[in-house]
Structures are given as structure tokens and as C-alpha cells.
Ligand binder design. Sequence first.
Ligand code: F6P
Length: 327
Amino acid sequence: MNKENYIGILTSGGDASGMNAAIRAVTRSAIYNGFKVKGIYRGYEGLIAGEVKELTTEDVSNIIQRGGTILKTARSKEFTTEEGRRKAYEVMKKEHIETLIIIGGDGSLTGARTFAEEYEDITCIGLPGTIDNDLWGTDMTIGYDTALNTIVECVDKIRDTATSHERIFFVEVMGRDAGFLAQNSAIASGAEAAIIPEDQTDVDQLETFISRGFRKTKNSSIVIVSESPKDGGAMHYAERVRKEYPQYDVRVSILGHLQRGGSPSAGDRILASRLGEAAIQALLEDQRNIMIGIRNDEIVYVPISEAIKKDKPINKDLIRVLNELSI
Ligand code: F6P
């Protein structure tokens, strides 16, 4: 990349703790290596509107510990249109931005892939930033670890009241179509079961849980349920228990957006710092249109098209671990 031009950086889609650490890492590493950086506000929306400002090393001071994103974020409808992307391209030309670094999830990287295909003189580099952990090609996404820890903290508190009242609690967690948050928070909080989209077989997960665990030995239970627009998530299962097993006292707790906020964990800060720095290394190697990922503690370059196309499978061992340990 021509060092006379700028690297543009934006955050897009749902915010995730650690995005600020990534903005800091990209900015500092870029400047260290002789590049200039412009921050783009409100994701692709701001790119289309020309909401752009040069970033200095001082601009990213004191943000590594902050949740959310100092650049703001948005889910842009306009960027899904050709016209919107043309406007974004014109702003990039006007602002002398040659490379776009996008921190976001599946939808944000899908936009980046299309954009890079349409305009071959720009480079897009993606950093996986989503609490859902659902991007193929990377073991972890920025924000996932913090969200997981937040969920566990909440479930520990819910457990106190569940035990005291001898109730079944269905705790609904985010993750969109992926069960990483649900499955791993269930293991970490000692929950009795997790209901996740990846385990949707003919076997009724609720039925299995009731007959396997709750009825036999326990007077209270925590079931972590992945949010699911299809069957209605935790509410749906609670309703079913009320109808099918009226002897149990059931409550629902939907954790919602508190899962997205808060100071990033050390793990997320380190991940974001490594991925952000690696984005600049990739540019120095003339890499284009890739997502920076991490696998087995090594930085990897994943074509954006693969990261968004392939489904990231959940490790089925995790299902067995939870089943065995929750007896
Ligand atoms: O993708 C991150 C995520 O938090 C999902 O887990 C959730 O389904 C969605 O975003 C919620 O989006 P919004 O903040 O727009 O309601």
C-alpha cells in the first residue's frame, strides 16, 4: 500500500468489548510502521456520509479498558445497496483511504467482501469482532470471552435464588444462530443443561434434560438457552414446562444487551491487540481481502469469502462434557 494514502478503520454491527483495544492496536501499529490512519464513525453509515477524522496515537490513549467502540457502530442498510457502496467508494477516494480495516461480525464482513469485489483498487482487511464467536477460520472473536464471563457472573447470581426457591431457571443468552456462548457458559457456570441450535436433532432437548437430570437428583436447575427467533428461546421452553410438567416452579431470565457491554477481559484485550497489529503486518506483506484470525495461538490469514461462507462448527465434545458433569 502507498504510504501517502490512509488506512481507514471502522467498527460495524453489534459492538463487542475489545473493539476499542483493536482500534488502538491498528492505529498505533500503523503509525509505528509509517502509515497514516483515519477513523470512520458509525460503521459503513459513516463511511457513506463521510464521517471521517484522522487518528493520532493520543486519540487512542486510555481506551484499551473501555467496552463499546469509540468509533460508534451501526448496521447499515444503505451499504447493502450498490448505490450505497458507490458513495462509500467516492468518500474513500476523496479522503485518500486506500485500505479499509473493518472490525465486525458476519454481516460486516459480508459487506466488505462485496465492496472489495466491486472496487478492485481498494483493500479490505477484516478483524473478527462479535460476541457470537461464529466466524469460521478463527478460534476466537473479539468480545466473546468478555461476554462469556459476563454471562457466568450473572448465572452465578441467578443460581443463588434458584437454589433458595428450588426453581428451574431458563436463562437466555445471545449468539444469534450459534451456541458457543450458551454451551460454554453452561459448562463454566455448572448449569444443568444447554439448549443450542447446533444440537437440534429429533431428540427433544427439554425432554432429555427433564428425564436425565432434574427429576432424579436436583431441586433446582439452570438451563442456558440460546436465543432463537425460530422457537422463541427461553420463554418457549418455560411455557412448555409449565404445561407439560406443572409440578415445577419455572422462571425465565433473558440477559439481553448487558452481555455486550463492560470492560474487556484480559483475554479480549490481548486478542484484539494481536489481531490489530497483525492487520498492519498483513498490509506490509501486500495481503488483500482477508480476515485476520487466530488458530492454536498462531495468527492466520483467512480469505473473507471463506470466513463468512463456512459455518463454524461447535466442538461436540463440549456437549458430552456438560452432559457428564451435570448429573
Ligand atoms: O451479533 C451480536 C448480537 O449481540 C447477537 O448475539 C444478537 O442476536 C444481536 O447482536 C442483537 O442485535 P441488536 O443489538 O441489533 O439488537
